[in-house]
Ligand binder design. Structure first.
Ligand SMILES: Cc1cc2nc3c(=O)[nH]c(=O)nc-3n(C[C@H](O)[C@H](O)[C@H](O)COP(=O)(O)OP(=O)(O)OC[C@H]3O[C@@H](n4cnc5c(N)ncnc54)[C@H](O)[C@@H]3O)c2cc1C
Length: 413
């Protein structure tokens, strides 16, 4: 039997990076809205976050603009404690003896607190976001799986069940934000079509222990076997550490993952080279199949798609979460305006304004990330220039991204 209908302003489905970030922004910028966040996995203790897909063993490069947003939310002190600053980016390309370097000092307009960005392990990011949510008026409901959604003239109707076998609940909201990840079943249920292109590549992710300090340098190396990024991590128990993200062909990924530990370490070192010194240990490799998924519509009346279910990008460029944070900020600002003007957050007019606001940034970022697979293998001089600037540089330094986007759009460098 369903409980009586509960009515809220905003319901967010999915407590991963996207859903949790939006909930924090709504709590900060729109404190008068009633917001509920439903997550199918348990979030009842500090370590529970790591069981969510967002907060697994990966590390995330967060751009300076995103760090500024987190500062506004009051999260920078906690993030600083668990992240490593990116002070410099060093890019090297196969067949070129000298690479390019970008530093926070030379890119002042793109830096935050003297850094181009910061790298945080997702397992640390999850508890920071979820603990911060506990200090807000957002109601966190977990474990709660949303099983069905129906739209009517007054908003969205959700049915959810407590995953541990509890009763079914019904909720009505003015605005439903679907942030349930890639291949979203709720999108399918709502008839929101998603275009997907598979790249036949996998991102291999692990943590390596380094013999010497990384000094806040993020490296990017382009090779015939795909690009590899080495991202600085905070020291743990005196050990210098870095996160590896290597995008390679599916067949190569199978071979590397099957190697015994010592040979795997040697393969990673051979792939990356010696710029960051010797790798002394490597963790297990996690593989992420690479694709571009893009929702044909991201909003309708009373409905917005957010995060991986709206756009899932090639991860080597480290763009996905940074793009989602900009989406979250724009949506929160749109809801602030809708409240001032009309009081109804699900109105088409405000959601269309949000969509329009996000169109160009999303188009450029998605287009840029989609060109990545071709970029790795190309001998085209323009694409070599982009490789020299580096994916991370393009992610973390907006003027470079604008330059690239200008070129991609035919305006010339
Ligand atoms: C290898 C890799 C490296 C990356 N590195 C970077 C980087 O350096 N920088 C960057 O900006 N981005 C990076 N990204 C992108 C980033 O990881 C994504 O932007 C982020 O994971 C988006 O999370 P999400 O919340 O949209 O989805 P998810 O993490 O999938 O979260 C969805 C949540 O919804 C919950 N859920 C699902 N269905 C339901 C339901 N019916 N009811 C209730 N809850 C439900 C799930 O349990 C889950 O917690 C990387 C991605 C990959 C794959």
């Amino acid at each position: 039997m369903s409980e009586p209908l509960e009515r809220v302003d905003v319901a967010i489905v999915g407590g991963g990076m996207a859903g949790a970030s939006l909930a924090l922004m709504l709590a900060h910028f729109c404190p008068h809205l009633s917001v509920q966040l439903l997550e199918q996995r348990s979030l009842h203790n500090a370590s529970a976050s790591v069981q969510l897909p967002s907060f697994d063993t990966r590390a995330t490069a967060i751009a300076a603009g995103s760090l500024q947003l987190f500062e506004q939310l009051g999260l920078w002190p906690a993030l600083r404690e668990y992240s490593a600053p990116i002070k410099r980016i060093q890019v090297s390309d196969r067949g070129h003896a000298f690479g390019a370097a970008l530093s926070a000092g030379a890119q002042k307009q793109a830096s935050f607190a003297g850094m181009l960005g910061a790298v945080i392990e997702n397992a640390a990011l999850g508890p920071i976001l979820h603990n911060a949510l506990n200090d807000t008026a957002v109601r966190l409901i977990s474990p709660a799986r949303v099983t069905s959604v129906q739209m009517d003239n007054e908003g969205a109707n959700l049915r959810w069940t407590a995953v541990d076998g509890g009763s079914e609940h019904v909720m009505k909201c003015d605005l439903l934000v679907v942030a349930d990840g890639v291949d979203s079943p709720l999108c399918k249920q709502l008839g929101m079509e998603i275009d997907t292109v598979k790249y036949q590549q996998r991102a291999l992710v692990t943590t390596v222990a380094l013999q010497r300090d990384h000094d806040g340098v993020a490296y990017e190396r382009f090779t015939a076997s795909g690009p590899m990024a080495l991202l600085p991590l905070p020291r743990r128990e005196g050990v210098h550490r870095a996160a590896v993200v290597w995008a390679c062909a599916e067949e190569e990924a199978d071979v590397v993952c099957a190697l015994p530990e010592q040979q795997r370490l040697q393969r990673l070192q051979q792939q990356f080279g010696w710029r960051a010194g010797r790798f002394i240990r490597a963790g297990a490799l996690q593989g992420y199949p690479l694709s571009l998924s893009l929702a044909r519509e991201q909003w309708r009346r009373n409905l917005v798609l957010l995060g991986n279910c709206a756009h899932f990008l090639h991860p080597v460029a480290g763009q996905g979460f940074n793009l989602t944070l900009r989406d979250c900020y724009a949506l929160a600002q749109s809801l602030v305006r809708s409240q001032v003007q009309s009081g109804a957050v699900g109105q088409l007019e405000w959601l269309a304004a949000y969509g329009e606001n996000r169109r160009l940034d999303q188009q450029l970022t998605v287009g840029f990330s989609d060109r990545i697979p071709a970029l790795f293998s190309s001998a085209n001089p323009f694409q070599q220039v982009v490789r020299q600037l580096g994916m991370l540089g393009l992610t973390l330094v907006p003027p470079l991204r604008q330059q690239f986007a200008g070129q991609a759009a035919g305006f010339g460098l």
